[in-house]
Write a protein that binds this ligand. Structure first.
Ligand code: KG4
Ligand code: ZN
Length: 342
């Protein structure tokens, strides 16, 4: 079965064609058109600008993916070898979501194929399972993105229970805000992790909020304030100071996230742990999670390929397939749901 997957929840117009068979799904072709250069001049995503860019880009991007498959793009737009469409229906920016959802509705009607309205966070949960077989359940998912920091418990592929989430800012937001203070362009997360490579992670003792409070919830707004106060207190931010600041700030975020996840693994005893979300591109988080779970027996840790960490369409196709008919909709009733909770 071939699935056309569409993701436009924020600032990436992402399209993929996935091949699903039995208990696995793989990417046949994909293109992600990033709007980061467009939003950079505003220091963050501007919803109206994002929606217009999605509207201009979505059909050319679908055609590009068809061309990657060796199809004639114009002919494929009329009747492609596609069995289903999966689209992110929420959560996200409503104007951005509508572009993907409307396109999916029109194409599902035109091509007479089923359409799935997929939850973006469930997409991130399945991102490490693209090009993999469905693993053993129960599963624990750690999702760390620009808008969410969540630990989710899954007894089976279609049941999810949030056992912890952020009470204020998400981890990605905490990275981006510190990046802004240091003068990095949007989004600051990747630049912080680059600078951190040359820094000393124990140079500055940033707070580790809620690390030992016994819950699986997170709070990063206090850390964000500490980061800003530290930067403002420096006479001159030399490259060495910036590297140390980035390494120490990153260490605080990663330490809190991993400490809570390890505790959740010990309490819930899952067979599988999956990591996902834009911040899962961070090497300190990826390597730290592997290192600090090595001693735990009977659990397999799945880390997404780097290309599936930030928003992409392959994970939306994977989520639609692995959750069977949970997200099945119809071209008539499918709608964007910006506050879509899992
Ligand atoms: O999942 P995502 O692409 O979008 C949302 O659904 O939010 O996540 C984007 C977030 C941004 O905050 C970005 O700074 C962060 O992921 N990010 C990183 C890294 N790469 C992306 N944060 C830390 N280290 C990285 N290497
Ligand atoms: Zn995302």
């Amino acid at each position: 079965m071939k699935i056309l997957a569409i993701e436009t929840s924020c600032d990436d117009t992402a399209i993929a064609v996935m091949q699903a068979r039995g208990t696995s799904i793989k990417t046949l072709a994909q293109v992600t058109a990033s709007q980061i250069p467009i939003h950079r001049r505003y220091g963050g995503v501007v919803p109206e600008v994002a929606a217009r860019a999605h509207a201009e880009t979505i059909i050319p991007t679908i055609k590009e993916v068809f061309a990657q498959l060796g199809l004639d793009p114009d002919r494929a737009m009329k009747k492609p070898p596609i069995d289903a469409i999966a689209v992110t229906s929420g959560p996200g920016l409503v104007t951005s979501l509508w572009v993907g959802v409307t396109t999916a509705k029109l194409l599902a009607r035109e091509w007479d194929v089923p359409v799935f309205g997929v939850n973006h966070m469930v997409g991130h949960i399945y991102s490490s399972l693209v090009n993999q077989k469905l693993p053993e359940f129960p599963m624990l998912a750690l999702i760390v993105s620009g808008g969410h920091t969540e630990i989710v418990w899954m007894k089976n592929p279609t049941s999810w229970k949030k056992i912890g989430s952020t009470r204020d800012d998400a981890a990605g937001e905490a990275f981006d805000k510190f990046g802004k203070v240091l003068g990095f362009s949007y989004p600051g997360g990747p630049e912080i992790s680059r600078r951190a490579e040359k820094g000393n992670a124990t140079a500055i003792q940033f707070p580790r909020p809620m690390i030992n409070d016994g819950t699986y919830d997170f709070s990063f707004s206090g850390l964000k304030t500490s980061g800003r106060m530290w930067a403002e207190a420096q006479k001159k931010l030399t490259p060495k100071l910036i590297a140390d600041g980035c390494a120490s700030y990153q260490a605080a975020i990663v330490d809190v996230i991993i400490t809570k996840t390890v505790r959740a693994i010990e309490q819930y005893k899952p067979k599988t742990v999956v990591l996902g979300g834009g911040v899962s591109a961070n090497d300190a988080l990826r390597n730290g999670l592997l290192a600090r779970t090595k001693h735990i027996k009977g659990v397999k840790i799945h880390i997404p390929e780097k290309q599936y960490t930030t928003d992409n369409a392959a994970m939306i196709g994977a989520a639609a397939y692995f959750t069977k008919n949970k997200f099945k909709s119809s071209w008539r009733s499918l709608a964007a749901n910006p506050a879509f909770e899992i």
